[in-house]
Each structure stands twice: as C-alpha cells, then as structure tokens.
Design a protein around this ligand. Structure first.
Ligand code: ZN
Ligand code: ZN
Length: 186
C-alpha cells in the first residue's frame, strides 16, 4: 500500500514529518511519502459565522486530487485549521469510509488550544493517532468500543490522549482480512 501525505494550506512541517515517520512504523509494509504539492484550503469551506472550515468540502478537494494520483492507494491531507461538519461543533478529522481519502486537522491537537504549554512530542503523537484512525476508516474500519484502540471515537482531546496509536487485536484482524482480500497488507 502507498500512502501520500498532502499539506493543505499553512501547516507545521515538523509535525507533518513526525506523523509521516510514525505512520511508517505503524504500517511497516506501507510506503508513506510526503507529497511536494501544497493545496490551498478551498475558500468555499470557510464559514464566517462559525469561523471554521467545512471538513467535507476540504475532503472533496482531496478526493479530486487523489483521483489524479493513481499511484497512491491512500491520500492523507493535513490541515491546520478548525474544521467541522454541520452536525458537530468540531472534528479532529474525517475520511471516506471506505475510500481513498482522509483528512486530519492539527488545530485542536495543539496543547495551546487548551491553554497548555506547547509540546511538539504530544502534538505529533496526537496527529499520529488521528491519522491512523482516519486511514483505518478508509480501509473500512468502523469505530471500536475499546477506549484504548485507535479506532475509538474521540469526542474530546481526553479520548485522543487515552487511546493508543495502534489498532486493537480485533481491529487489526479486520484490517488483515480487508487488505488480504486485495492482496495487500497494511
Ligand atoms: Zn472516526
Ligand atoms: Zn479496535
């Protein structure tokens, strides 16, 4: 499997690099590359009332980009903006289920957002968890009831911090079954 990471708008290169390195460890049989392109955040995604960006509209732009990149199996977009979907106050990320395209935002992963001191290690760890979670959705995984599994739904940063960046045994077995069918391994 080949995962491409694409930065959308202004992001934090150091965190993006560290997420990339972590993904290589978590998906050892996967080639994980940082794409040289940088897409702007689509203007229509900005909601001036909420001062937030519509995640589904950003995901659509990613989807269109991924269509042109046949060599990639998955595309992970990383944005540094407050994203939402109409039903929720905010989201950490969104993905096609199943599909090729996933999106995470660093905005609410920063300790500073919660009035804490900056912590690059913690930020990279949170970014990795959300990235693995969304890639899991693209592979066809649903949310998991195990609060320590990466596929657990994070409603708050507390839940992100509590879970690990790895799949529980149940989810890992599912991923192997899904990807095995296609002759690929995660
Ligand atoms: Zn999810
Ligand atoms: Zn699980």
């Amino acid at each position: 499997m080949k995962i491409g990471i694409l930065q959308i708008g202004q992001t934090d290169a150091q965190t993006v690099n560290r997420v990339q390195e972590n993904l290589k460890m978590i998906f050892p049989k996967t080639k994980c590359t940082l794409l040289p392109d940088n897409l702007p955040i689509p203007e229509e995604a900005f909601n001036s009332e909420r001062q937030q960006y519509r995640s589904d509209l950003i995901l659509q732009v990613l989807h269109d980009y991924a269509e042109k990149k046949k060599e990639l199996d998955r595309l992970l977009g990383i944005v540094d903006a407050d994203i939402f979907v109409p039903d929720l106050n905010f989201i950490f990320g969104e993905a096609e289920y199943p599909g090729k395209t996933a999106l995470i935002s660093l905005w609410r992963l920063r300790p500073e957002f919660y009035k804490k001191k900056p912590d690059p290690d913690l930020l990279a760890e949170r970014g990795t968890k959300e990235a693995v979670h969304e890639i899991g959705h693209t592979l066809g995984l649903k949310h998991c009831s195990n609060p320590f599994c990466v596929m657990y739904f994070s409603n708050s940063i507390f839940e992100t911090d509590r879970k690990q960046s790895l799949f529980c045994n149940k989810c890992f077995t599912k991923i192997q079954a899904i990807t095995g069918k296609r002759g690929q391994e995660p």
